[in-house]
Design a protein around this ligand. Structure first.
Ligand SMILES: Cc1ncc(COP(=O)(O)O)c(C=O)c1O
Length: 470
């Protein structure tokens, strides 16, 4: 990793004194977020010191701290290399007993799911009579998914649907099939980070369009990006955007579609969170193009039903679906039959499931909003009317330091920069409201306990500029 890339990824790392510990923490959090992969060679001390405007001894002491905590090893001649994280430290590891894991914004399984799994299992003999490898998805399930679109006023045939192992797999497959190295892809910032990773892997050059909790999408920037850079594709979450929870207005949707069509930009609309409506009410989701080939939609049962049920889908024009059938097998040979047969039973009752989900998410959202108002009133919390998380504005740019502090107290969260395209968002923290309310309240309690000491340890400039005295 070059000193330049590490400097960019570190963003506003200088969150506490001494500087070497702040730098070491900045690198630790990049490792925890998988933004620096294990076995990555870090820049030489001298290079990083120059890039960051630090003395070499500060970098050297930071690397020593990382060696002491088991994050890197250094060998003469081969530099300093990041080590695989211990299970307990991994960002995606199951939390230890007593820990509160708020890193993933995914609700637990819908309570009725177990019954549907049992029904599908009871039909195992019929199921095992099927061929098994199913790259496109079973016809009856594709027809059901197509019917869902038709009921929204979007004419759709089963030939326009591919069933995938979740929306993530859909994003990855589309990125591989549609992006040529160097293509520009417009993506929201903050965004759902695994989508950004998938486009990067495909060789895309990502360009960010800001989304703010108060004002939504920066449409001025978006129009400029469309017309100036002529991107190949724009990946957007117009409903309950993850992590801000914002939804586009009808005018936003119409404008974006028009610009995309005029500039020949493919729109990839991620509707994974679109059904998680707590109290917004139904909205026309728009993006009905004049030409079938300019809008692709993806959906999933991951948030409405359960992340462990790996079923998602792509809706595109039939020609693209045919191309995807050819492109998919190099990575996976289809969606498992059992999951598909469970999905087949769930889609007809999705309306009821979504209503249950709204009640569950309302309890979580209201618990977090109340706890934050009570315990951390200086943080700005914008009410959201659906989705999975709050995108909270802290009163100091110390998101990463807070996440490290909370982790030491048994609460796992992802810091704001994880959702940024190129660093930044240090003043934001994503707090999912998908866990049970008592866990969420306990989590906020820990944040309130840790925050004053995080602010106290911050360098004087940051403390004075951003914080009320604590
Ligand atoms: C916006 C968005 N898209 C896609 C996904 C991935 O969903 P799935 O579990 O269906 O792969 C997520 C999961 O967090 C998400 O938030």
């Amino acid at each position: 990793m070059s000193a330049r890339a590490l400097t960019a990824a570190l963003g506003g790392w200088r969150t506490r004194e001494p500087a070497y510990e702040a730098l070491a923490d900045g690198i630790r959090i990049l490792c925890l977020d998988n933004r620096i992969a294990p076995r990555t060679v870090l820049p030489a001390e001298r290079e990083l010191a120059t890039a960051l405007g630090l003395s070499r001894s500060t970098v050297s002491t930071a690397y020593q701290s990382l060696r002491d905590s088991g994050h890197i090893s250094s060998l003469r001649g081969s530099g300093s290399v990041t080590l695989p994280l211990r299970r307990s430290a991994e960002s995606t590891a199951a939390p230890e007993v007593g820990m509160i894991d708020l890193q993933q914004a995914s609700p637990p399984a819908w309570p009725g799911l177990a019954g549907y799994l049992a029904l599908a299992a009871a039909d195992a003999v019929t199921l095992t009579a099927r061929a098994g490898y199913d790259v496109l998805g079973r016809a009856d399930l594709r027809e059901q998914i197509a019917q869902q679109y038709r009921s929204r006023g979007i004419p759709t045939s089963p030939g326009q649907i591919m069933v995938t192992t979740g929306a993530q797999s859909a994003i990855h497959l589309l990125a591989t099939a549609l992006i040529t190295r160097g293509d520009r892809v417009v993506i929201e910032t903050p965004t759902y980070p695994h989508a950004a990773d998938a486009f990067r892997l495909a060789g895309a050059r990502l360009i960010g369009v800001p989304v703010a909790t108060h004002t939504g999408w920066d449409l001025e920037r978006l129009t400029e990006l469309f017309f100036r850079t002529r991107p190949a594709l724009a990946y957007l979450m117009p409903d309950f955007q993850n992590p801000t929870g914002r939804s586009m207005t009808a005018d936003d949707r119409a404008a974006v579609l028009e610009w995309a069509e005029r500039t020949g930009t493919m729109l990839l609309i991620d509707e994974t969170t679109a059904d998680l409506d707590i109290d917004r009410g139904p909205r026309d989701r728009g993006f009905v193009p004049t030409s079938e080939s300019s809008v692709i939609r993806i959906g999933s049962l991951g948030k409405t039903v359960w992340g462990g049920l790996r079923v998602g889908w792509i809706r595109a024009d039939a020609e693209l679906i045919d191309r995807l059938v050819v492109a998919r097998p190099s990575r996976e040979l289809g969606t498992p039959e059992f999951e598909q047969s469970v999905a087949l039973r769930l889609i007809p009752v999705l309306g009821d499931i979504v209503r249950d989900r709204a009640a569950y998410l309302r309890a979580g959202r209201d618990a977090v909003v109340a706890a934050l108002g009570d315990r951390l009133p200086a943080w700005q919390v914008t009410q959201v009317d659906g989705g999975v998380a709050l995108w909270v504005e802290l009163d100091a740019p110390l998101s990463s330091a807070l996440v490290m502090g909370a982790r030491a107290e048994g609460v796992l969260l992802s810091a704001g920069p994880r959702f940024a395209l190129e660093g930044g968002n240090d003043r934001h923290l994503r707090i999912p409201f998908t866990a049970p309310p008592e866990e969420l309240i306990a989590g906020v309690e820990v944040l309130a306990r840790v925050w004053p000491s995080v602010v106290r340890q911050a360098p004087v400039g940051i403390r004075d500029m951003w914080s009320a005295p604590v």
